[in-house]
Design a protein around this ligand. Sequence first.
Ligand SMILES: [Fe+2]
Length: 251
Amino acid sequence: MTELRRDFLKATALTTAGLALGGFMTASATAPDERPDGHLTAVGRLTDADGQYVLPLLPYDYKALEPVIDEATVRLHHDVHHKAYVDGANKARQELAAARAAGDFALVKHWSRELAFHGSGHVLHTLYWTNLTPKPGGEPKGDLGKAIADDFGDFTKLRAHLIRATVAVEASGWGILAYNVLERRLMVLQVEKHQDLTVWGAVPLLVIDVWEHAYYLKYQSKRADYVAAIWDILDWKAAEMRFAAARSAAV
Ligand SMILES: [Fe+2]
């Protein structure tokens, strides 16, 4: 694992741990820029120094996940769809600030919903890019491996549960392995859109996007084939780091 990638994983781990405490926390780690093969790979935070949400750079080349996920899908998914969530979250945040300044909350319901949707979309996509890897390292080990055995029986049972939950998401959403810092145990979530059907206290450790934009170019309607294929490029090292950060933030 490169130093850059370690920094980024640390940053997203801290960011997800921050979510458990009720807000978007700016990570303390800063990943430096790096341009292997002519591509930017430095990423790291949900927000910039001014507090604006920012689109993270991919930690690998656009075609690095082939053949599981094709270059065209990654380009569209990251550069267009993820960016739209970043822009939407910034817009909602600005509108809520303007409402406070004007003392006019006529549209507070609308912009609150927009912030939940786009802000959650930004968080989950930022995690998604970093829990995928061209060089998977096998099953989860260490403390996360032990916790999976304690909470699910064994890794095979978690795998069956997470895959079935992910494939069965109604319409657009996510399959998520999370650590609930209030319950102090792992859980599988079946999230609709980006923000529905979660549980308070759940910190996402590993996320699988099953919006059609994540797979339709290559897999068309065969969502189950996409989920089966993506399983082989999940980065459990990233999940292990997020688990360690989430446990340290447990309340
Ligand atoms: Fe997506």
